[in-house]
Design a protein around this ligand. Structure first.
Ligand code: FDA
Length: 570
């Protein structure tokens, strides 16, 4: 089947893959193929329903990856969800559109990626975005939603805004009053997407405000352009591995795929192979293609093409917990997008002491992570990353936890997580068979600061619910409840509840990290895999550090920038 030849083959038609496919196929003389394991979900109500979060879980459009039994978190396996559809995880996610703190993106440059900083990324956030101004939607009157036009794009492909189910009964204003009444107030921040996230905000979502449906990567970046004759998408097609030219340098010749009719064939790429299969798949595809740790590859009979042992290392996720309270008001078929982002100084009563203690522990943390992976990542490098992360928290004042409040039926549901856990794990193949499950080990709660931040967030939420005017609107805490975790409980008392009730926050990153090769990077600042001449990774795998927002906005922006790099514009 050698007649299938394209300039670029993009593996994964998800959040990042469709951005790059769209931008490369703007060039009429450039042919682009997207290979996607899932199908179209254009008319799938589990996807389109803006109040349908969770409906797609464990259906055929959810990869539902399983982790190994988590040694530091109750010994149980966790499910990490990811979308298997055209549009990828953007078709099943929570639609939250929250970026990152400017200093965090600047840290990408600090760690050695020239040009990757907030100032250079802001134009790409804007380029992808089509903010739907709430002023045009009367149903948003009184809802409290706001934005600063300086930080938003209005003509990009991705619709961002609020849906017609947004609450406008004054709750947002009461939440704000409550945050201002805290002993250490958390200030109102009208727009958390301008690089400063600290405060209490209402955040926008990836929705079509007009139609009241989810906006995903396929709706934004593919369907309106699907008549381009130079852009092809193969659905229900599994990419098995990269194929290589018989040449002196390491150059991809194409991709071996298994089609929906179960036949296997090779598609030729004359220019590049671009991996966008997500943070839990792209590194495994590299390994299946012979790029990785020779000790791991040889176990499965795979010949090493490029010795790059950190492929699949540096896996970072967050841990999500919740507290629930009765509500005196009943909310149904409504949504409310309230977030608070306290800094360490606002969260920890003794922030300076907490920072000093953590700083003393960093060398031990670095050694522990290195030893857990057989020193594939080096103590010295990890210490360097951890110190950057420490500076972000304690010098630059990034949000240290995220707290979401969601009125739901007759209760107030909250979700919370430490924004930048220090624990790092890995993902590696378990077989040379291309669709075998990988070994995913995020090492949740390996390092004690991660638990400490999580506990402190829970305590903070209890304070919020004790503060007027909110205190008067909420009833009893139903989960965990004071019988399970007493008022004034310490880290040890909370540990049991947190570790037996948390879930993955579904934000895995960094498994093909963009960093200098000497410190363990897998891709260079042009997102090219070290040692290859024409293989790139453009998805969540490349983020060197976790971000305080949610991942999609940043991934859209990274992919926009990747497209300009590939086009030779940067
Ligand atoms: P993505 O997963 O989008 O794309 C990978 C694609 O590759 C998929 O379409 C997959 O099917 C395909 N693929 C994989 N292996 C393949 C193979 N071998 N061959 C062919 N195709 C293959 N973020 C946010 O900003 N706000 C939010 O509210 C949420 N909420 C949320 C909830 C849930 C449940 C999840 C799981 C995640 C979120 N996120 C989120 C995270 C965010 O949605 C996510 O990080 C990005 O969409 C990931 O984009 P990528 O491009 O990295 O991978």
């Amino acid at each position: 089947n050698s007649h299938h030849t394209y300039d670029y083959i993009i593996v994964g038609g998800g959040t990042s893959g469709l951005v790059v496919a769209n931008r490369l196929s703007e060039q009429k003389n450039t042919t682009v193929l997207v290979i996607e394991a899932g199908g179209s979900v254009y008319n799938n109500p589990n996807v389109t329903d803006t109040l349908g979060y969770g409906k797609a879980f464990d259906t055929d459009i959810d990869w539902a990856y399983k982790t190994t039994d988590q040694e530091y978190a109750g010994g149980i396996s966790q499910t990490v969800r990811a979308g298997k559809a055209l549009g990828g995880t953007s078709t099943i996610n929570g639609m939250v559109y929250l970026r990152a703190q400017a200093a965090q993106i600047n840290a990408w440059e600090t760690v050695g990626n020239k040009g990757w900083n907030w100032k250079n990324m802001l134009p790409y956030f804007k380029k992808s975005e089509q903010l739907q101004d709430p002023v045009h939607y009367p149903f948003l009157d009184g809802s409290g939603v706001a934005f600063d036009p300086a930080y938003h794009g209005f003509t990009g492909p991705l619709k961002v805004g609020w849906s017609s189910t947004q609450l406008n009964d004054g709750l947002a204003q009461k939440m704000n009053a409550t945050y201002q009444n805290l002993k250490v107030p958390v200030q109102y921040n009208p727009d958390p997407n301008g690089g400063d996230m600290i405060g209490y905000s209402l955040y926008p979502m990836t929705v079509d405000s007009e139609l009241n449906i989810r906006e995903d990567a396929a709706r934004a970046y593919y369907y309106p352009y699907s008549n381009r004759t130079n852009l092809h998408v193969w659905l229900h097609t599994n990419a098995n591995k990269i194929t290589w030219k018989d040449s002196h340098d390491i150059t991809a010749s194409g991709v071996e795929v298994t089609l929906s009719n179960s036949t296997t064939t090779v598609v030729t790429a004359t220019r590049e192979v671009i991996l966008a299969a997500g943070a839990l798949k792209s590194p495994v595809l590299l390994e299946l293609s012979g790029i990785g740790n020779p000790d791991i590859l040889s176990k499965y009979g795979i010949t090493t093409k490029v010795n790059l042992p950190t492929v699949g290392e540096n896996l970072q996720d967050q841990m999500n917990n919740g507290l629930q309270f009765d509500s005196k008001t009943s909310y149904s078929n409504k949504s409310a997008d309230y977030v608070s982002y306290p800094s360490a100084a606002q969260l920890f009563p003794n922030s300076t002491a907490v920072g000093a203690e953590l700083l003393r522990k960093l060398p031990a943390y670095a050694a522990q992570v290195a030893s857990a992976n057989g020193n594939i990542t080096k103590t010295r490098d990890l210490y360097h990353f951890f110190k950057i992360q420490w500076d972000l928290i304690f010098k630059y004042g990034i949000p240290v936890v995220e707290i979401l409040l969601e009125p739901s039926g007759a209760m107030y549901d909250t979700e919370y997580w430490g924004s930048v856990p220090f624990s790092r794990g890995s993902v590696h193949l378990s077989s040379a068979h291309p669709t075998a499950a990988a070994i995913i080990d995020p090492k949740y709660f390996m390092l004690d600061f991660d638990l400490h931040a999580q506990v402190q967030a829970a305590k903070f939420i209890r304070e919020v619910f004790k503060t007027e005017p909110f205190a008067d609107m909420a009833g009893a805490e139903t989960s965990p409840g004071l019988l399970t975790v007493a008022a004034g409980a310490d880290d040890n008392d909370w540990a049991d509840f947190i570790k037996s009730n948390f879930r993955s926050n579904f934000h895995p990153i960094s498994t093909a990290a963009m960093m200098p090769k000497e410190i363990g990077g897998v891709v260079d600042p042009s997102l090219k895999v070290y040692g290859t001449s024409n293989v790139r990774v453009v998805d969540a795998s490349v983020l060197p550090f976790q971000v305080c927002g949610h991942l999609q906005s940043t991934i859209y922006a990274v992919a926009e920038r990747a497209a300009d790099i590939i086009k030779g514009r940067l």
